[in-house]
Design a protein around this ligand. Structure first.
Ligand SMILES: NC(=O)c1ccc[n+]([C@@H]2O[C@H](COP(=O)([O-])OP(=O)(O)OC[C@H]3O[C@@H](n4cnc5c(N)ncnc54)[C@H](OP(=O)(O)O)[C@@H]3O)[C@@H](O)[C@H]2O)c1
Length: 325
């Protein structure tokens, strides 16, 4: 056992000097972050970009205020342990891992090294490349939390998942299907077959039909859109059966949710993810057994992080966008 491999004092990271547009992202030489007690230092091979990264970068997320600037963004990573917490720890240097940083105060993964609590890290799935593995943690943990922990997906349940083609949606559809639910989803026409291939029994092209004209008696809605687009949240309340459950994932996307849900006799809850290496290990098993797959929309070099942010901000990527480091 070795406590660490050779780690330089500085590294290249993508930073922002203050909240702003994607074009303000730029490479910089910064200190390699310290790994404090209970943390590992990971040499990053790939790191994905999530909508939360773009919202923090633009200042739209309150987390933008929790960061010290210049700030390195990015939560997800896949790579190799460079520094273990202690000599006998199972995650020794050289171990391939994937995971995510703590929320909301963190040093980001869009860099050559990232430190993260051991509680947020798990051994990388054998069946995935680093690029594929880096696309999993934040999106899959969100999907697991909403679909498995909150909605308790099970046989006989009819569950509507909006945006089934997106980063979170692709996992939400597969987890709900795995646990036996009948999965209905929304996507634009070009993604309908993709979402069907993930396990959606009915996939509604939201550009051609209104889901609330087509659906009723739904047990659970997992809303990954909110009222920011065509009143998706409000319209979802109409398709739920009395006593149904509405789960709102994008923070702040449906401000009148509780009032509208109370009036409709629907139970409504917001959801925010908790990073967990233990849950990630369960997801690893599903991936390595071939029960769950990942789709990468496109990979970008770390230096092209601004392009990757712009792609995610378009709101129409399929699966995930990943940076190679
Ligand atoms: N609260 C939390 O802890 C938490 C955690 C993770 C994510 N989130 C939030 O959850 C949301 C989803 O995250 P994500 O990573 O899945 O985003 P994403 O990957 O950017 O989602 C993109 C997908 O959304 C689909 N889409 C866009 N407009 C749609 C509409 N009106 N109806 C149905 N589908 C539509 C697109 O499909 P088409 O191209 O076919 O339109 C695309 O595939 C984001 O707002 C994110 O910030 C919150």
């Amino acid at each position: 056992m070795t406590e660490s491999t050779a780690v330089p004092e500085t590294m290249t990271a993508i930073v922002v000097d203050e909240p702003g547009p994607a074009t303000t992202l730029h490479p910089a030489t910064v200190p390699v972050p310290p790994a404090y007690i209970g943390e590992v230092l990971v040499k990053v091979a790939a790191a994905s970009v999530n909508p939360i990264d773009t919202k923090i970068r633009s200042g739209a997320s309150p987390t933008a205020k929790a960061l010290a600037y210049p700030a390195t963004l990015g939560h997800d990573f896949s790579g190799t342990i460079a520094r273990a917490p202690y000599e006998a720890h199972p995650l020794q240097p050289g171990t391939e891992v994937y995971g995510m940083t703590r929320l909301p105060r963190y040093t980001g993964s869009h860099a050559e090294y990232v430190s993260a609590p051991t509680l947020c890290v798990a051994p990388k799935p054998h069946s995935l490349s680093h690029v594929e593995a880096a696309s999993v943690p934040l999106a899959a943990l969100t999907a697991w939390g909403a679909v498995v922990d909150v909605a308790r997906a099970h046989h006989g349940q009819r569950i509507l998942i909006h945006a089934g083609a997106g980063g979170v949606g692709q996992f939400a559809v597969q987890f709900a299907r795995f646990f036996g639910a009948d999965v209905i989803s929304t996507a634009s026409g070009r993604n309908v077959d993709f979402v069907r291939s993930l396990g959606g029994s009915t996939v509604i092209d939201y550009t051609a039909a209104r889901f609330d004209d087509e659906l009723s008696d739904i047990d659970v809605v997992i809303d990954l859109i909110g009222n920011v687009s065509d009143d998706t949240g409000s319209r979802s309340l109409r398709v739920l059966k009395p006593g149904g459950l509405f789960v709102s994932v994008p923070t702040g996307s449906f401000p009148t949710m509780h009032d509208e849900a109370d009036a409709a006799g629907i139970t409504a809850t917001r959801f925010t993810l908790t990073p967990s290496g233990d849950v990630l290990a369960k997801i690893t098993r599903l991936i390595d057994r071939g029960e769950v797959r990942v789709h990468i929309d496109k990979t970008y070099e770390l230096a092209d992080a601004a392009e990757a942010h712009a792609a995610v901000e378009s709101g129409h990527t399929r699966g995930k966008v990943v940076l190679t480091v």
